[in-house]
Design a protein around this ligand. Structure first.
Ligand SMILES: [Zn+2]
Length: 511
């Protein structure tokens, strides 16, 4: 049996066998702790941005949530660079990224009644990170980076929904994933232990689940898309938590702290402001259905109730922009950025209005500020237009290429611009020309348009080498080739044998 020791050892090294820091179980791990921390570090900001950005009206709330989080993680036994933020989003949700980066929505905080329930939520999410559930999903390849619909939950409107690019797609997948029942059970099991060890009453994990079950019954779809999509509540989870509390008590692990007053004090602002956010959310729905006057009425109501909320000013900017009132839109975006300079959509919206007003330098600054916070096709496409207007073709091509990755109307517009600009410069990049024979021995060239954009004046050069007469260069006009289609032209043959041949598109344009 000595012979098998080496291969087994090698297998262990290659697959990275490791002990799970939370469960103590042996498991295969390709993504190590350092890598998880790096993944969390890279994706934390884009994930926050696409979920509405940080809540900033009452910064004490974030400090408070982070304090409760720190109290819980002290017992997780896993030393990660934990961070906690409150997101400005009305949907009740919370998530954790690999490496210990957590977020909880304003809309979940207003549903909880005490600090122990908050500790239960955070304990559950901390376990997802500490027990490397996200890393495991990545290893299994079950993170759906392409599915971005869910990711757009919480951006202020759906204008940018399909337009997240490479930097945003993994972030989107990480925070909208379903972990699966085993991971959920594990997070409930250990999360409840961590909060009890921190001195909180573990019964809050039971009341929390009961609340979730009640909330998930008969709520509008936005709620289902949020917390309950990634952490489905069930009667079974309520019962499991109840049994877990008894188990912990038997082990002497329990606390009595509920922190009702502390919690009510810390969340007073967001609870008082619920009507303002309801008006804000109503304004967003009105924008979706293009009822801009209705949206304006709702957002003005929200602003009267809470003028310090940057999102309200930003959404008012969006409405004015969509109404074509760009100068007024810019003033609204200015007010939003004055209150919060860290949300991509204010810069993106202001950039579009600046561009409409032909204020190109300001537009460019705004688009690049927005791209630093979240890569969107809209910003790259606008940067492309600005570069093209300045006669900087290389730069324009690079921006259009980046924007063309998005699976939406903006991505398609960017691809059309990219092909229009770059096709005359490098036609071979977007086309394919192949020689082939038919059964009768005739020679043809097939020219394929590798883009969805129609091409005109396509010209192909055919290089042939004949046995007796040597090299021949032939130019053939192919004419129009529709997007994604090909055309075939016959190549005239000589009365001698053909030794070799090749073909290439040498010129083409789209307009
Ligand atoms: Zn969960």
């Amino acid at each position: 049996m000595v012979k098998s020791a080496l291969p087994l050892l090698l297998l262990g090294l290659l697959t990275g066998c490791a002990v799970n820091p939370v469960t103590g179980k042996n498991e295969i791990a390709f993504i190590g702790t350092e890598q998880q921390i790096e993944i969390g570090r890279k994706n934390y900001v884009p994930a926050q941005q696409m979920q509405g950005g940080q809540y900033k009206v009452d910064p004490d709330l974030t400090t408070y949530v982070a304090g409760v989080g720190k109290r819980v993680v002290a017992h997780s036994g896993v030393d990660l660079p934990y961070e906690f933020v409150v997101l400005n989003n009305s949907i009740p949700n919370a998530w954790a990224m690999p490496g210990g980066k957590l977020a909880i929505n304003r809309g979940l905080l207003t549903e909880l009644e005490n600090e122990a329930e908050l500790a239960a939520v955070l304990g559950h999410e901390v376990t997802h990170a500490a027990a490397r559930h996200g890393a495991k999903s990545m290893e299994r390849g079950t993170i759906l980076q392409g599915v971005l619909l869910g990711a757009a939950i919480g951006t202020r409107n759906s204008e940018y929904a399909g337009a997240l690019l490479a930097g945003g797609q993994l972030a989107a997948g990480l925070v909208t994933q379903k972990y699966g029942r085993d991971a959920e059970r594990e997070s409930d099991y250990y999360g409840t232990k961590f909060m009890a060890q921190a001195g909180y009453d573990p019964n809050a994990a039971v009341t929390l689940q009961e609340k979730f079950v009640k909330m998930s019954q008969g709520r509008k779809s936005g709620w289902i898309d949020g917390l309950f999509a990634s952490h489905p509540p069930s009667a079974e989870r309520v019962e499991n938590n109840r049994a877990r509390v008894q188990e912990l008590k038997a082990q002497g692990i329990t606390g009595s702290d509920l922190g009702v007053e502390r919690y009510q004090r810390a969340t007073k602002r967001i609870r008082d402001d619920k009507p303002a956010y309801a008006a804000f959310d109503a304004a967003r729905s009105a924008i979706e259905s293009k009822q801009y006057d209705v949206a304006l009425g709702e957002i003005d109501k929200a602003l009267r109730l809470q003028p310090a909320e940057a999102q309200f000013h930003g959404l008012r900017g969006d409405i004015r922009r969509l109404q074509g009132k760009h100068a007024d839109a810019v003033s609204n975006y200015d007010r939003a950025i004055g209150r919060d300079d860290g949300f991509f959509a204010y810069y993106l919206g202001r950039g579009v209005s600046h561009a409409a007003l032909k204020q190109r330098a300001d537009a460019k600054n705004d688009f690049s500020s927005s791209l630093k916070l979240l890569p969107t096709a809209v910003a790259y496409n606008e940067m492309g237009k600005l570069a093209e207007a300045e006669g900087n073709q290389d730069e324009a091509v690079r921006y259009y290429a980046a924007a063309s990755q998005a699976q939406d109307a903006t991505g398609q517009a960017a691809l059309t611009s990219l092909v229009r600009l770059d096709l005359p410069r490098q036609p071979e990049r977007y086309t394919k020309a192949e020689l082939f024979n038919d059964n009768a021995g005739r020679l043809f060239v097939r020219v394929t348009n590798g883009t969805p954009v129609a091409m005109r004046d396509v010209r192909v050069r055919v290089m042939l080498r004949w046995a007796a007469s040597g090299e021949q260069s032939l130019a053939l006009d192919v004419g129009n080739v529709a997007g994604g289609q090909y055309v075939v032209r016959e190549v005239p043959l000589r009365q001698e044998s053909l030794l070799a041949g090749q073909a290439q598109v040498v010129s083409a344009r789209t307009n």
